[in-house]
Design a protein around this ligand. Structure first.
Ligand code: SAH
Length: 216
């Protein structure tokens, strides 16, 4: 089996054994994660780790989340084709590509310039034109492109940034790791519907810091 066929096989196995088996059943999420070549979103030297059950370092002290965490957060967003989704924390661009593969229009913000540049080049090369990138403090959102049907924050902060709540459409869903303790957060889903806001707890997670005006 060639190296590349082997990676395709490992990606299918990743979806079956780490994601479907742990209860993620959203077929759009499963199909997107079978399709997006996760190994191309990390350094070549780490490509063989891309389908393992853990996060992968992407430089600058940041990480690409574990596959199951990407799947869980994507399924909590209940993505429909044409949804306008704001992501805070572009990182490698993988999560944005997964959402784009589900048919969403993605707006993603990163604060570290080299990560932003690498992700932009990668998403262009892999042909994800439905992803727009921006270099700035994502805790302030992306006011010019608001409102968003869905918002996903892929870094952990002490509270949900107010500008993001304001830029969320009604109805809308926002998913973010929230924790007063920087080493552990709860995965929170905020549901906005008919003028009301509700928060749900979806378990313990560990993310890198959300840094910025409404972050650490
Ligand atoms: N979603 C990414 C992984 C994110 S790691 C992926 O699929 O690869 C978290 C990222 O959030 C890091 O790249 C970090 O630089 C970024 N980040 C942290 N605070 C931020 C902020 N205020 N605005 C934008 N990006 C931020």
């Amino acid at each position: 089996m060639s190296f590349f066929r082997d990676l395709d096989y490992r990606r299918q196995r990743m979806v079956a054994s780490q994601i479907r088996s742990r209860g993620v059943s959203d077929e759009r999420v499963l199909a997107a994660m079978e399709a997006v070549p996760r190994h191309l979103f990390v350094d070549e030297a780490l490509a063989s780790q891309a389908y393992e059950d853990h996060p992968v370092p992407i430089g600058h002290g940041q990480t690409l989340s574990q596959p199951y965490v990407v799947a869980l957060m994507s399924s909590l967003l209940e993505v429909h084709p044409k949804d306008r989704i704001l992501e805070i924390g572009t990182g490698s661009g993988y999560q944005a590509a997964v959402l784009a593969a589900m048919g969403a229009e993605v707006f993603t913000v990163e604060r570290i310039k080299p990560l932003y540049q690498t992700a932009r080049n990668r998403l262009l090369a892999l042909r994800y034109p439905q992803v727009q990138l921006r270099l700035s403090d994502g805790t302030l959102g992306w006011p010019e492109a608001a409102p968003f049907d869905k918002i996903i924050v892929t870094a952990g902060g002490p509270e949900i940034p107010l500008p993001l709540v304001e830029q969320l459409a009604d109805p809308g869903l926002l998913v973010m790791p929230v924790g007063r303790n920087r080493r552990e957060q709860r995965l929170v889903r905020l549901v906005k519907r008919a003028g009301h806001i509700q928060e749900e707890d979806h378990g313990a997670v560990v993310f890198v810091d959300l840094v910025g005006a409404y972050g650490w």
